[in-house]
Write a protein that binds this ligand. Structure first.
Ligand code: ZN
Length: 229
């Protein structure tokens, strides 16, 4: 069974609910591959081969147990593999992966490995609770990496999922030596090895205490997500 397990919702993130609700050890029981963020929006999360990396101005390999405010994870098993050549911008990856998706109404996990000529990435910084994601993004760090080998870890989610997931492609990068990474804003590459997996079961764990209970989550977060994620 290909299940996408998620902690909290994208609308909670957009509204500034950044307090952790589920232990990272519990998160890892539900998969080995994913992305998310940390308490207080303290960096970008990359989960690859069951290891959790915290990407801020530097990369930390987290082996402790801590509370996670938002994350998506799956047991990644590529159902089909393909190559992507001559990527001049991130849109090139989107278009190549679009051809591999069998429907716009299911979720997908994507793993892309290779050498990137350039990568433009960002990492969010710690902000006070209730700072809306749109304002938090104004203090983000941006990175430009060149000729760097590594992996893009990500998901594609349907347009109808904007109140709980991040619609479209959402990719985080981690370098092969695990010292660089971030939420991917753009990249160029000659060749990538890609794997894709359909996810047709969706398991969401909602926070049952803290600001999630009292924050107004009825606003459609789609436009804020398009600007920040
Ligand atoms: Zn991200």
């Amino acid at each position: 069974m290909s299940t996408l397990y998620q902690i909290s919702t994208s609308s909670a993130l957009v509204e500034g609910v950044y307090s952790g609700s589920v232990c990272s050890s519990v998160l890892l029981e539900h998969g080995d591959f994913g992305l998310g963020t940390f308490e207080g929006l303290d960096g970008e999360m990359v989960i690859l081969d069951s290891q959790i990396y915290q990407v801020a101005d530097r990369v930390r390999h987290r082996t402790d147990d801590f509370l996670v405010p938002f994350a998506s994870i799956t047991h990644f098993r590529a159902r089909s593999s393909f190559e992507i050549d001559n990527v001049a911008c991130l849109k090139g990856i989107d278009l190549a992966c679009d051809q591999q998706r069998i429907s716009d109404n299911l979720f997908y996990a994507l793993r892309l490995d290779g050498i990137f000529e350039t990568i433009h990435a960002r990492a969010v910084h710690t902000v006070p609770q209730n700072t809306r994601l749109l304002d938090a993004a104004k203090t983000q760090s941006e990175f430009h990496f060149e000729n760097i080998e590594g992996t893009l870890v990500g998901f594609w989610s349907p347009g109808y999922s904007s109140s709980f997931s991040v619609p479209g492609y959402h990719l985080h990068f981690i370098s092969k030596d695990r010292t660089k990474g971030g939420h991917v804003l753009d990249c160029t590459t000659q060749k990538l090895k890609a794997g894709i997996q359909v996810l047709s079961e969706y398991d969401i764990r909602l926070p049952d205490s803290g600001p999630f209970l009292t924050t107004n989550l009825s606003k459609d977060p789609a436009s804020d997500l398009a600007k920040t994620e």
